[in-house]
Design a protein around this ligand. Structure first.
Ligand code: ADP
Ligand code: MG
Length: 688
């Protein structure tokens, strides 16, 4: 395979934005809201879905089995219908809650609003949802996905772990945890649902349990899992491969879409790309192409679909295509299984998605554009056969598909940094992490790395137990432990107000509007706020400016700042402030003393310290711990400034490893922040 094929042409470094999920809840009817399962048309639609035929079987299996595994084609009605069936059958009566977990944020919102519509209620009434930093339920005030387990354990009677094939860390933790909880709460019912899951291996996981003593007369469900396959009614999909590997898949997408539009009968097109960057580029190129190509001057509606998308734009994607038009939706792999788009007849599959990879030796985690698995490729193709026979255009060769594409993806647990995962488990009182019953065991090196970092952060003690108060406080904050530690340190350093702003800013993809075609203007705008200390202090300047403008959208527009992002920052900051208050952080401002701010950042992020190579003109840095080669990302205000010592917030990799959000530090702070981490031999290069 030519290596050219695998080098994405136009990819720029950027973080994956859709890595987090949430939960949809179904609670009992409120006294007066007699929910009108009103419109007959919606009722009819519901009855036409493939799962409807299985309604009775599903209810029977859930009643009689502790765990039910349901496999059914995407679009068959698993997510939206099964919880409703359970609710209609009375499972949510008596104050109990039915929960359905989703590994993707956008899907949580879309599912909750679709189901609320079907039930004739408002989101937040009988159907609610929680995702990090947003809570639309009437029952819970604030809940992160990380803290959800508590809620799930005590209130839920049925928990549906949806999209279980995605095997995100959260899904794996949840599966392990639920298996454990089930032993103590035998009345709890689990549903594991997916479009592509291997029913047998999931069943084996839930089967391997200790036997339970059953009291006489006690009516308990059977412990061995039931497996149900929902027969879909997918149509045949014709697969087309490229003859030669393509070198630039964004360009290939554009020409393939235009070819379909020119030569094929009506029907919408769904394109799978990897992330916001290449999606936006493809949308722009296609829009231009459609405009200049006279034969096709009208008729194409080109829409992006990814997680950061505003609600109004999401709705466009779901709305029916007007007569005589052809919709082209360009999506991340969220449309692979989580969301169903009606009317799709053609699929264009780039063969890539954004995936997280972690190297425990270098301790570097990066999001990279990587080839998908055969399972994903089949699933993507299947999206073309929903309404009638369809076609799938794979932008890779048949030979590659057959001989080189891996059969299944690797669980995220086995390719991630496990710091957050370990702390979640510790906070749940699970001390023997290595002995935890994982659906897939994490690599021991990654586990040891995570324990080492948490120990250095002062979160775990010598016995690997949470420290008090630091460990418990860090576990209370629904953020990366490094950010939490930075917040805790800011309390002592007297700069919590500033650090909360920075923490909120770091939770956002980007506060700048994307620069397409206006790079110079964007750079100039950035200069107005740029601080010599680095990006974190620059954030403080932007935040101050935004407040002084009276939170004006015009001000944002003028300064190339994303107004929606800034509103989100204000919201997140407010939530963090409440948590900080609750755990006893002293909320003080350091006014303009940026040194304490940088010290607080260092206290959290000392593990990400890097030093400029003395001989390097090209801005080459090496990480202090692993001597990995890294560079400052072009979006940073320190790009080309290259201070001698920096810490970074995250890395992204394309051709190189780039540090995103960088701040300059004094190396002596590293010793202060983490004496045991930077042991003597590592310090030597620091001291001279
Ligand atoms: P599954 O979980 O099995 O993939 P879903 O329950 O998500 O299926 O969807 C079932 C059907 O409901 C879809 O085929 C689609 O017709 C319809 N549907 C789901 N979500 C929406 C939505 N947001 N807007 C319109 N129709 C939807
Ligand atoms: Mg679904």
């Amino acid at each position: 395979m030519s290596s050219q094929f695998w080098k994405p042409g136009t990819e720029k470094p950027r973080l994956l934005e859709d890595e987090e999920g949430g939960v949809v809840f179904f609670s009992p009817s409120l006294a007066s809201s007699s929910s009108g399962y009103g419109h007959a048309s919606i009722e009819k639609q519901r009855q036409r879905l493939p799962v409807y035929k299985y309604r009775t079987s599903i209810l029977y299996l859930v009643e009689t089995h502790a765990t039910t595994i349901i496999v059914g084609e995407t679009g068959s009605g698993k997510t939206t219908q099964i919880p409703q069936y359970l609710k209609e059958a009375g499972w949510a009566d008596g104050g109990r809650v039915i929960a359905c977990t989703q590994p993707r944020r956008l899907a949580v919102q879309a599912v909750a609003s679709r189901v609320a519509e079907e039930m004739g209620v408002k989101v937040g009434e009988e159907v609610g949802y929680t995702i990090r930093f947003e809570d639309v339920t009437n029952k819970v005030r604030y809940l992160s996905f990380e803290a959800l387990e508590f809620y799930l354990i005590y209130l839920c009677i049925v928990i549906m772990v949806d999209e279980a094939h995605e095997r995100s860390i959260s899904t794996d933790i949840l599966l392990g945890l639920l298996k454990k909880i089930q032993r103590r709460r035998p009345e709890l019912r689990l549903i594991i649902s997916s479009a592509t899951i291997e029913g047998k291996s999931m069943s084996a996981f839930f089967q391997a349990r200790k036997s339970r003593h059953q009291m006489e007369g006690e009516e308990l469900p059977r412990m061995e899992p039931a497996i149900l396959s929902v027969e879909g009614r997918g149509f045949n999909v014709q697969i087309h491969y490229v003859e030669e590997p393509v070198s630039d898949y964004v360009q290939a997408v554009v020409s393939t879409v235009m070819l379909i539009h020119d030569q094929e009968p009506p029907g919408d097109i769904l394109v799978f790309l990897t992330g916001q960057d290449d999606i936006d580029t493809a949308v722009q190129l296609l829009t231009e192409e459609a405009r200049t190509n006279r034969k096709n001057s009208s008729g194409l509606i080109i829409l992006p679909l990814y997680s950061g998308l505003p609600r109004a734009e999401q709705e466009l994607v779901f709305s029916p295509t007007p007569r005589g038009k052809r919709k082209v939706v360009i999506s991340t792999n969220i449309a692979e299984t989580s969301l169903t788009l009606e009317g799709v007849v053609y699929v264009v599959d780039s063969g890539f998605s954004k995936q997280r990879f972690y190297n425990p030796v270098s301790d570097i985690e990066s999001l990279v554009v990587a080839p998908i698995s055969k399972a994903s490729a089949r699933q993507r193709a299947g999206r073309a056969g929903r309404v009638r026979p369809g076609k799938c255009y794979r932008l890779y060769t048949e030979e590659y598909f057959v001989n080189e594409m891996s059969a299944e993806g690797i669980p995220e647990m086995q390719r991630s940094n496990l710091v957050s995962c370990v702390i979640q488990l510790k906070a749940l009182g699970i001390d023997n992490i290595l002995g935890f019953d994982w659906p897939a065991s994490p690599p021991p090196e990654a586990m040891i790395r995570a324990l080492e970092v948490l120990y250095s952060l002062g979160v775990l003690d010598d016995d690997a137990k949470l420290t008090s108060p630091t460990g418990f406080q860090v576990a209370e904050i629904p953020l990366d432990p490094m950010i939490s530690k930075m917040i805790l340190s800011s309390s002592e350093l007297g700069c919590a107000e500033e650090i909360l702003t920075i923490a909120a800013m770091l939770s956002i993809q980007s506060i700048w509007v994307s620069s397409r075609g206006a790079q110079k203007e964007l750079d100039e705008a950035k200069l107005r706020f740029a601080a010599a200390e680095g990006d974190h202090v620059t954030f403080l300047n932007v935040y101050k400016g935004f407040l002084q403008s009276g939170k004006s959208s015009r001000w944002c527009h003028k300064n190339f700042i994303n107004y929606q992002s800034m509103k989100k920052v204000i919201e997140i900051r407010e939530q963090l402030r409440r948590i900080a208050q609750r755990i006893g952080i002293v909320l003080k401002s350091c006014e303009s003393d940026t040194q304490v701010v940088r010290k607080a950042v260092t206290a959290g992020f000392f593990a990400n310290a890097c030093r400029l190579e003395a001989s390097s003109q090209s801005g080459l840095y090496k990480t202090v711990r692993g001597s990995q080669e890294v560079y400052i990302h072009p979006s940073s205000v320190l790009f080309r400034v290259n201070p001698k010592w920096v810490v970074y917030h995250s890395l992204v990799s394309t051709d190189r490893q780039y540090m995103r959000n960088v701040i300059s530090i004094d190396p002596s702070w590293l010793l202060e922040a983490a004496p045991h981490f930077y042991q003597q031999q590592r310090l030597n290069p620091i001291v001279h």
